[in-house]
Design a protein around this ligand. Structure first.
Ligand code: FE2
Length: 189
């Protein structure tokens, strides 16, 4: 194996690893916020959003490189192309980080979460992500690749047509995005 190929393989391994540890900053978030099952307050939301910068600092320190891809992914995986994300509200332009961000959303929708007992079904999850492309939060190519991966015939992403039709609806028990002015009481955990 040539040295170039080995070095390229190393890049892929580093990129794949960055995806798996993107949320490492959550170890800095109090469990009572992380596992809260009733609506978040603005203060809770601020603390929760801090996990992105916390992950950047942690990985930058551990890898002795704040410019490492893993540190960038930890910082930017909640940023969006239209600048509507956090922690910095920058326009996400790195395609690999965007792929990890899209996979993170997809995984969250398909999983049981503290704020939503019922996971999305696969079709509705893909519709939600398609909506993000409509809104300029993700690029169409990334959504096409995800939809293509879900098709039996696995077309090339560039040839994958994504339907704008919305048939599903989010689980009724979802509290995602619900913010209350102040904590109404104890959280159910
Ligand atoms: Fe995250």
């Amino acid at each position: 194996m040539s040295r170039d190929l080995l070095e390229n393989s190393g890049d892929w391994v580093r990129e794949a690893m960055a995806g798996t540890i993107h949320d490492i900053g959550k170890i800095c978030i109090p469990l009572q916020v992380l596992k809260k099952t009733n609506p978040l307050t603005r203060a809770d939301r601020g603390i929760l959003e801090h996990h992105a910068l916390a992950g950047f600092v942690l990985l930058g320190y551990l890898l002795q490189d704040h410019w490492s891809f893993a540190a960038q992914v930890a910082r930017d995986h909640h940023e969006r192309r239209d600048g509507s994300g956090y922690p910095l509200g920058i326009s996400l332009r790195d395609r690999m980080v965007e792929i990890i961000a899209a996979c993170d959303v997809y995984d969250a929708l398909l999983s049981q979460r503290p704020y939503r007992f019922t996971p999305y079904d696969n079709r509705t999850a893909l519709e939600e992500i398609t909506e993000m492309a409509h809104g300029g939060k993700l690029s169409w190519e990334v959504v096409q690749a995800l939809v293509s991966h879900n098709r039996r015939d696995k077309p090339h992403f560039g040839e994958c047509k994504v339907s704008a039709e919305v048939r599903g609806s989010p689980p009724a028990d979802s509290l995602y995005g619900v913010i209350v002015k102040e904590d109404a009481g104890s959280s159910k955990r």
